[in-house]
Ligand binder design. Structure first.
Ligand SMILES: C[S+](C)CC[C@H](N)C(=O)O
Ligand SMILES: N[C@@H](CCS)C(=O)O
Ligand SMILES: [Zn+2]
Length: 345
């Protein structure tokens, strides 16, 4: 990926030095797969495409890189060994599918670099950003609630039977496989409650996971994480874990982000990441979004500089955001980023 130090403490700060102070995360992966015609009404949701259309996943990763993303997130959000086994795959086949999610993203990065050499230009006439730069592949780990495939990652209510140990057992092998598959970091995404944050932090330490991680929580009131647990307590768990290199918020309406960054800043010294959704709401029964309840790309992007001013260092989009959103974020940030880079040179 370039010359980024692999020490957790400086991993993101070194990367940010190379990106001009702020890094761009990609946008909704499942959203784009659906926009290209994939039917995700399935317990595996976006992970279904690892079986049916890996080429489409690669295309979407490439589209995000050409829109200016510095970090792409793999299609493993709802890819679990338990979910694949329920589909009739063997343990070995299920593990291979997890690895495949990382391989696809790495292939897209390689193809992108090849295109940069072929068409060398920072901003081509057709709007593609073909700029050789360090690119990180983040291996997505969606929550236990995502595996339940009923929208539980938006409630975070797992019931009394689910404990830290249950969650560690659920995620252990999956995290080990993804960590050894060639990704640069693990993206624990859409973390809905404190219990799961605790389980991830313990797994990172106990399993001696060799790559760093980020923790990204979701909120539906701008104050707590979705379960109602304290955001500050959740962020503090991330703050205490040396292997966590960034902490923040994803898949949360843009209107809450400003306040959430101000809260997070009180309890972390780590770089803050945010990749909100469009603000639309999700119907878990139909597995569909309630359209037109969110904000336009223009409104979304109008917040971006403010989010950075108050402390966000990595900015992208989650569900219902597209390469257009990411291109607009890239453009909004690029003036600031080149100014920072020239000050440092
Ligand atoms: C982030 S939500 C839109 C993911 C989808 C959910 N786990 C489902 O299977 O419906
Ligand atoms: N990385 C996942 C997150 C879903 S909340 C996606 O973009 O589909
Ligand atoms: Zn999302």
């Amino acid at each position: 990926m370039g010359h980024v130090d692999l020490q957790p403490s400086s991993f993101i700060s070194d990367f940010l030095l190379q990106t001009g102070g702020v890094a761009v995360i990609d946008g909704g992966l499942a959203t784009e797969l659906e926009r290209h015609g994939a039917d995700l009404n399935d317990p595996l949701w976006s992970a279904k495409c690892l079986l049916s259309s890996p080429h489409l996943i690669r295309t979407v990763h490439l589209d995000y890189l050409e829109a200016g993303a510095d970090i792409i997130i793999t299609a493993s959000y709802q890819a679990t060994i338990q979910g694949f086994e329920a589909r009739g795959f063997s343990r070995g086949e299920s593990e291979a599918l997890l690895r495949k999610s990382v391989e696809i993203a790495c292939e897209a990065r390689k193809m992108y670099y090849d295109r940069c050499i072929e068409f060398a230009c920072d901003d081509s006439e057709d709007g593609r950003i073909l700029k050789h730069r360090p690119i990180l592949v983040a291996a997505s780990v969606g929550s236990y609630g995502a595996y339940l495939a009923d929208g539980s990652e938006y409630s975070g209510i797992y019931g009394d039977e689910i404990t830290v140990e249950t969650l560690k057992d659920f995620h252990r092998r999956r995290v080990q496989i993804l960590a050894d598959a060639g990704a640069d970091l693990i993206a624990f995404e859409t973390v809905p409650n404190k219990l799961e944050a605790q389980a991830y932090a313990e797994l990172l330490e106990e399993e001696n996971i060799k790559i760093p991680a980020w923790f990204s929580f979701n909120s539906k009131d701008g104050v707590h994480v979705v379960s109602g647990d304290s955001l500050l307590e959740c962020v503090s768990i991330a703050e205490s874990c040396k292997k966590v290199v960034s902490v923040g918020i994803n898949c949360t309406p843009p209107r809450f982000i400003h306040g959430l960054i101000l809260s997070i800043k009180k309890v972390t010294t780590k770089p803050i990441l945010i990749y909100p959704n469009s603000g639309e709401s999700y119907d878990p029964e139909q597995k569909e979004w309630v359209q037109k309840t969110g904000v336009s790309v223009e409104d979304f992007v109008s917040y971006v500089n403010k989010w950075c001013e108050v402390g966000a260092s990595l900015v992208g989009g989650c569900c219902r955001t597209t390469p257009n959103t990411i291109r607009a974020i890239y453009r909004t940030l690029s003036n600031n980023r080149s100014a920072t880079a020239s000050l440092k040179s």
